[in-house]
Design a protein around this ligand. Structure first.
Ligand SMILES: Nc1nc2c(c(=O)[nH]1)N(C=O)[C@@H](CNc1ccc(C(=O)N[C@@H](CCC(=O)O)C(=O)O)cc1)CN2
Ligand SMILES: Nc1ncnc2c1ncn2[C@@H]1O[C@H](COP(=O)(O)OP(=O)(O)OP(=O)(O)O)[C@@H](O)[C@H]1O
Length: 200
């Protein structure tokens, strides 16, 4: 099947930005992940159950954020690829001693356990990875549509925050009908608030 002009533009952007973020040094990555953690904590003073991700492919790291959330007594959750509903994510409780396994993309995820599952609408916050974002909060991911499906039917009470390096921002992204723009994106240098998200 031929790809549309938009789909082609989106893959070119993915390729470009993924190579930019992979070029960051380990030192730059560490500094960036600490700065971003402190911004995210400022945005989530009351969250108890927070879903986030383990970095892959040069993504902004979450380790300092995870450690800070654990220190505050929060529960953290990680995305797990749904075993049969293709393109869907489950969120599983993640603790220091959680048994992990690599998914088909090689990303570590908690072993599936129904008792440790939290429905997305019961989370207080979802921190999403992303490949690129723009000046109105549009988000481009790795191309699986996993987060688009998760965010498509989420109550307003669940805070959604995109996490990215500053080099992942573009002026405007080519969007598709199913894209769900984010109300907030955190980078190491700042917190972006979009649309109707009230200031706090
Ligand atoms: N850290 C992290 N975890 C995550 C995501 C993510 O974006 N980042 N996801 C967010 O959706 C889900 C996984 N989605 C992914 C989709 C594509 C690829 C990927 O590497 N694609 C390869 C081709 C892989 C193949 O088909 O074999 C590529 O494009 O090079 C990785 C993760 C769940 N977990
Ligand atoms: N809400 C949805 N319901 C059904 N299909 C969807 C939905 N959202 C996205 N898709 C499908 O998922 C595929 C990938 O979408 P897209 O390229 O926007 O992913 P992405 O935003 O880069 O990835 P992700 O959300 O996993 O980070 C598309 O073929 C699209 O049709």
């Amino acid at each position: 099947m031929t790809m549309s002009v938009i789909a082609r533009a989106r893959s070119a952007i993915r390729k470009d930005i993924r190579s930019n973020r992979k070029a960051l040094t380990p030192d730059e990555q560490h500094t960036a992940s600490r700065a971003a953690a402190s911004h995210v904590l400022d945005c989530l003073p009351h969250a108890q159950r927070v879903a986030l991700y383990l970095e892959n492919d040069g993504e902004l790291g979450t380790r300092p954020l995870i450690e800070a959330l654990w220190a505050k007594g929060c529960e953290t959750y990680l995305p797990v690829l749904h075993p049969f509903a293709e393109g869907h994510l489950l969120f599983i409780h993640y603790e220091a001693d959680t048994q992990m396994t690599a998914n088909i993309y090689g990303i570590p995820e908690p072993k599936l356990s129904v008792q440790r599952l939290c429905p997305a609408d019961q989370l207080d916050a979802i921190i999403t990875p992303l490949v690129a974002f723009d000046s109105t909060g549009n988000r481009l991911g790795m191309g699986g549509g996993f987060y688009d499906r998760t965010l498509a039917h989420l109550p307003d009470r669940v805070k959604v925050i995109g996490l990215a390096h500053d080099c992942q921002r573009l002026p405007a992204l080519p969007v598709e009908a199913w894209d769900v723009p984010l109300p907030m994106i955190v980078t190491p240098s700042r917190i972006y608030r979009f649309g109707s998200e009230p200031n706090q």
